[in-house]
Design a protein around this ligand. Structure first.
Ligand SMILES: [Zn+2]
Length: 222
């Protein structure tokens, strides 16, 4: 969670260069300019609110993924509030289904995260330099949620309803494997945010995301 906090801080406080440059810096006013520059780099309250709204949108999209696939399979999906440390999460409950469908319902929150991050990073490679707190909030949620889930998966702790536990059971693998499957694209997407020119990171991330869908075949054969 500590590394997640660092990523969050980096995403929030990566100041827009355009705004940082607004502060004049003549040599004789170095002290005053330094203060003005520090003020310009401080995110405005409205930006923080939009960033957090982006995070809420990310959470909503994740849960919508579960609800959509649950409804698609006629599994009568419902919501149940659970907590993961200080973070509130909603677990999606549903009727018993086959392993392949169980995997799909449990994984679809991550699939939605993967798709939205991919869309953001592909359409807006310069996102980091943009003044776009809402989009950055969505991306931060995606990276942090996956990191938090992966941490829980590696340690096999957290609420029983957690997605990674359900995915692992449906595939018949140990949960840390699912942690790796979820963490890798999140780390790569964070890397791409800072290094948009990195083609290997983009294609490795995409391959991992496709892989997270294709492993459903393993569940289907059980
Ligand atoms: Zn979920």
């Amino acid at each position: 969670m500590k590394s997640a906090a660092v990523v969050l801080a980096a995403l929030v406080f990566t100041a827009s260069p355009a705004r940082a440059q607004e502060a004049p810096a003549p040599a004789q006013e170095a002290g005053a300019a330094k203060e003005a520059s520090a003020a310009a780099e401080r995110p405005a309250a409205s930006d923080i609110a939009r960033f957090l709204a982006g995070g809420a949108i990310g959470l909503g999209l994740h849960e919508s993924g579960h609800l959509l696939t649950g409804a698609l399979f006629g599994a009568d999906p419902g919501m149940k509030a659970v907590s993961f440390g200080p973070l509130p999460f909603f677990a999606i409950t549903h009727e018993p289904v086959s392993p392949a469908r169980e995997y799909t319902i449990a994984a679809s929150g991550f699939w939605v995260q993967h798709a939205t991050s991919e869309w953001l990073l592909t359409r807006r490679p310069g996102l980091r330099r943009e003044h776009a707190p809402l989009a950055k909030g969505v991306l931060a949620f995606n990276v942090l949620a996956s990191t938090a889930y992966a941490t829980a998966a590696f340690g096999t702790f957290g609420p029983y309803e957690r997605d990674t536990r359900a995915m692992a059971d449906a595939l018949g693998v140990s949960e840390p494997w699912i942690g790796g499957l979820i963490l890798a694209p999140a780390v790569l997407d964070a890397w791409r945010y800072f290094k948009p020119e990195s083609r290997w990171a983009a294609w490795t991330s995409r391959a991992m995301k496709v892989g997270a869908v294709l492993v459903v075949a393993t569940a289907a054969s059980r």
